[in-house]
Ligand binder design. Structure first.
Ligand code: CP
Length: 315
């Protein structure tokens, strides 16, 4: 069997997505086990992270693996000019799988082509964030009971937000209607609108963010304006506070509506919303642990049967 990577959500069939959700459910029931005892997972973070790195490392620890890696490339030999290829080949000597976040779009795909061990993409520039997408899908499934036929509002930085790009691709199997809500400077890039057209995904574009749109939503997916991706900070200043979600905007939301956000938040959701019954972004981040346990086990070749019948489960 060939090496199994997790680089883009576009590779996953509907069956595979539903299978990964079932695996995540299994890990939510029993997160602690030693099914991967003796393995080593490397986390290589060339860009800052809180949730993705720590939840991958927690997932690996809860599965019984050891973890090596770095959270800041400045402490590595990349500062001496070592190439990404050489870094990946070196780490492949030490670990059984690599979780990598990199600021260059396509870096994870490149790493997967040179590495003899599985590569998990933990975010590549403004391109893709497939493990976030898995936890988003798991969160949507848990809160809606289905992934089918949902009205999903994507709000904020749709230009640089890699999580919304991945979500569009994953949802192509489930007949969604998307509402893209962004100022024109941060509008959904054409390549993703073309992708929607090619895959018969319905979408409507808006620049206004108001109750009328919120009231029709099943999922309200807020995003941060990504300061670090702007080459001109004056442009960032113009759009940084463009949409701010407040409690008063949620009075007539559907009962099932949940607010998701990949986090970190800056100021696009008021803190008062955190205790609103529609808020789900903190639980969403917790779901990342279970989704990432599923991803690590899957790339390392464990089957559903082996996971369900795992004798190392710690109850
Ligand atoms: N959602 C997410 O990727 O968060 P971090 O940047 O903290 O990993």
């Amino acid at each position: 069997m060939g090496k199994h990577n997790f680089v883009t959500i576009a590779d996953l069939s509907k069956e595979k997505i539903l299978y990964m959700i079932k695996l995540a459910q299994e890990f939510e029931k029993h997160p602690n086990r030693e099914i991967l005892k003796g393995k080593v997972v490397a986390t290589l973070f060339f860009e800052p992270s809180t949730r993705t790195r720590l939840s991958f490392e927690t997932a690996a620890n809860r599965l019984g693996t050891r973890v090596i890696g770095f959270s800041d490339a400045k402490v590595t030999s990349a500062t001496k000019g070592e190439t990404l290829k050489d870094t990946i080949l070196m780490v492949s000597n030490y670990a059984d799988a690599i979780v990598m976040r990199h600021y260059i779009e396509g870096a994870a795909q490149y790493a997967s082509e040179v590495a003899p061990i599985p590569i998990i993409n933990a975010g590549d520039g403004a391109h893709q964030h497939p493990s976030q997408c898995m936890l988003d899908l798991y969160s949507i499934y848990k809160t809606q009971g289905t992934l089918e036929n949902l009205n999903i509002c994507l709000v904020g930085d749709l230009k640089y937000g890699r999580t919304v790009h991945s979500l569009i691709m994953a949802m192509r199997h489930f007949n969604p209607t998307f509402h893209f809500i962004a100022p024109k400077e941060l509008a959904m890039p054409n390549e993703y609108k073309i992708y929607c057209k090619e895959h018969n995904i319905k979408y409507v574009e808006h620049t206004a963010f108001n109750e009328k749109i919120i009231n029709e939503a099943d999922i309200l997916y807020m995003t941060r304006v990504q300061k670090e991706r702007f080459s001109d900070l004056m442009e960032y200043e113009k759009v940084k506070n463009v949409y701010i979600l407040k409690n008063e905007m949620l009075n007539n939301a559907r009962d099932n509506m949940k607010i998701l956000h990949p986090l970190p938040r800056v100021n696009e959701i008021e803190y008062e919303v955190d205790t609103n019954p529609h808020a789900y972004y903190i639980q969403q981040a917790q779901n990342g642990l279970y989704a990432r346990e599923a991803i690590i086990c899957d790339v390392l070749g464990l089957s559903m049967d082996e996971i369900i019948n795992d004798p190392t489960i710690i109850k």
